[in-house]
Ligand binder design. Sequence first.
Ligand code: ZN
Ligand code: ZN
Length: 244
Amino acid sequence: MKRDWLLCDFHIHTTISDGTLDLEDLVDFYGLRGFDVIAVTEHLHDEETLKKRREEGKATYSLKRDTFDRYLEDLKEASRYAWREYEMLLIPGVELSNDTKSYHIVVLDVKRFIDPALPVEEIAVQAREQDALTIAAHPCRKEGGWSEKSPLWREREKYGRIIDAWEAANRREIYAEVILSGYKFVGCSDFHKPEHIYSWKTLLYAEKNVESVKEAIRRGYTALHFYGEEMERIILKSSTAEVR
Ligand code: ZN
Ligand code: ZN
C-alpha cells in the first residue's frame, strides 16, 4: 500500500462510556462518510474522580481495570467489521481522564490497562512500553478555564518532550499556540453525538495501517481539516447510504 492523505479522527466516544452511538452504529456512521482511520477512545477515570462523581450523584461511565481486556476484544471485533465493510482502519484507544489533576490523555493503539492516576511521565513510559502513542487532549480548551488549570499546557516545557502529539484543534476550537510551539499536532472531533461530526479532523500522510499511522503522527505528517456540513453532503451524495 502506498502513502496517501487519509481522513482521520483520533478521538471518539460511544455508548461504552458517554457517547450516544453504540460501537457498530459508530463504525457505520464514519464508514459511510468515507473516513480512512478512526480511533475509539473511551473515558477511563481515576479512582478519585469516580469517588467524587458517586458522592455528587453523577453518572459514572468509566472503563474499568477488570473489564479493560474485554473492551479491547470488542474493539478488535469492531475493527474487523470496519475493515470488511468500509476498508476503514479502527485503532483501539482510551482517553485517560484524570479530572482530579485536570488532564486528559488519549492513548492510541493501547494494548494494556494504564492507571489514569499515574503521573504524566509514568503514563508516557507505560504507553511507550506497549508501543502506543500519547496525545494531549484539548490542552487549551477555553471551556471551564481548562487550559489554565491543566498542567499539560501550563507545564508544556516539561511535557512537550514526553507527549507524542497534541490536539491543536478539538471539536470547533482551534489552538494556534500548539502549532506555533512546534509540537506535533492533530485535530479531532472528541465525538460524543452525531452533530459533533462537524468539527476539526486530521489529514494524515500515511499508509492505511496502524504502524504507518503512528509513525506519521510522530513525524508530524499532519494537516488540520474542517469537516463541515457541505463536505458531508458531497460525500453522502456519492454513497447510496441513507443520511442519519
Ligand atoms: Zn477529554
Ligand atoms: Zn473525549
